[in-house]
Ligand binder design. Structure first.
Ligand code: AMP
Ligand code: MG
Length: 339
């Protein structure tokens, strides 16, 4: 259900941070680069601006946003309490791709948190994002700057491709250095609950002696029928999806032969097995040397290229499930179609 009110806004791409900061403060929407992906930012104090984020993205209201801070001073205005465990995580990983879910201050609009008593908050490390947030001097609620359910943008062109005509301003800061969204955790009595794997590997959290508990999967949840008991409203099984059907397998030998007919694309750490050398019309390798960091950085751009190319089906193979590999496999699993 495209909302026609959001299809006639001329979109300007700029490198002018003060223009972007002013726009944010005035309640306009600005797409901006962080180290993870491009975010679609709104002044978090301005419920009307936050509402437009949902409308522009066609994002359901049950999927809460992350509040981005440029300054530690804003944290007490957003959250009621920072338990000692959260303080340790902040010390270790902020600024950076770790989002904490903490009890919210009443002043944070319900729209930001989808009515939850908690709010997700992080401080990005990308220098441009930090300068923008500091200059705007307001907390910025931002999901990824893509249409709901689609592949997250990791450069300004990818934002324009999906949101041109719907938002007034894109701050161009080149390519995102991490390339997958932040890790989302909620502190518990004896560790953290992992709500979304992302840019901070779980091993790094465990390395501090903090146990990481995995949130149970909610296999019956779909974009149309969210399950209320989901520990994190955004944990939809289908998300981050290209339009070309994608099939996800643990190993190349698991791919059934009938899926290798017609124009098929390949997405994995390295190239396809030698015996399949000419089965694929489009091959994307995320990191032939096997680096999880390089693979994460390449993931969403590779998905977008496959989507734009000749393949009518994408075969994706899991990467080793360590470090950023966990986030990569999570995104590929949710990009996969069941039919
Ligand atoms: P995105 O904006 O697409 O990066 O997604 C943000 C995700 O953070 C949401 O989809 C949720 O899964 C998670 N999240 C945000 N706020 C909360 C919250 N209050 N409690 C639990 N999870 C949250
Ligand atoms: Mg997103």
């Amino acid at each position: 259900m495209p909302d026609e009110r959001y299809q006639n806004t001329p979109t300007v791409v700029t490198t002018d941070i003060s223009q972007a900061a002013r726009a944010l403060r005035q309640g306009r929407l600005v797409a901006f680069p962080t180290e993870t992906v491009y975010g679609l930012g709104a002044n978090a104090w301005d419920a009307d601006a936050v509402a437009r984020v949902f409308a522009v993205k066609q994002r359901p209201f049950f999927d809460p946003l992350i509040v981005h801070l440029g300054d530690f001073g804003l944290l007490p205005q957003i959250v009621r309490d920072v338990p000692p465990l959260a303080q340790r995580l902040i010390k270790a990983f902020w600024p950076g791709p770790l989002t904490l879910v903490l009890p919210k201050q009443p002043r944070v609009p319900d729209l930001v948190t989808s009515g939850l008593p908690t709010v997700a908050v992080r401080m990005p490390s990308a220098p441009l994002a930090r300068r923008l947030l500091r200059m705007a001097a307001v907390p910025v609620a931002a999901p990824s700057a893509n249409l709901f359910g689609r592949v997250s943008p990791t450069d300004a062109e990818a934002v324009v491709e999906q949101l041109a005509g719907r938002i007034p301003l894109v701050l161009d800061g080149g390519v995102c250095s991490v390339g997958v969204e932040s890790t989302v955790v909620q502190p518990t009595a004896n560790g953290v609950l992992l709500l979304r794997p992302g840019g901070v590997p779980t091993e790094a959290i465990e390395g501090l002696g903090i146990p990481v508990h995995h949130a149970p999967h909610t296999p019956t949840e779909t974009a149309d029928a969210p399950v209320e008991r989901a520990p994190s409203p955004g944990m939809l099984p289908r998300h981050y999806a290209p339009r070309t059907p994608l099939k996800f397998f643990e190993r190349p030998q698991d791919v059934p032969a009938e899926l290798l007919t017609g124009p098929v694309g390949w997405l994995a750490l390295g190239p396809p097995p030698a015996e399949w050398a000419d089965r694929f019309v489009h091959v994307e390798t995320l990191s032939p040397e096997g680096s999880d960091v390089e693979a994460a950085r390449n993931l969403f751009a590779a998905l977008r290229r496959l989507d734009a190319g000749p393949a009518r089906r994408i075969i994706a193979i899991a990467v080793p499930n360590t470090g950023l590999g966990r986030a990569i496999n999570d995104r590929l699993r949710r990009a996969a179609t069941s039919t």
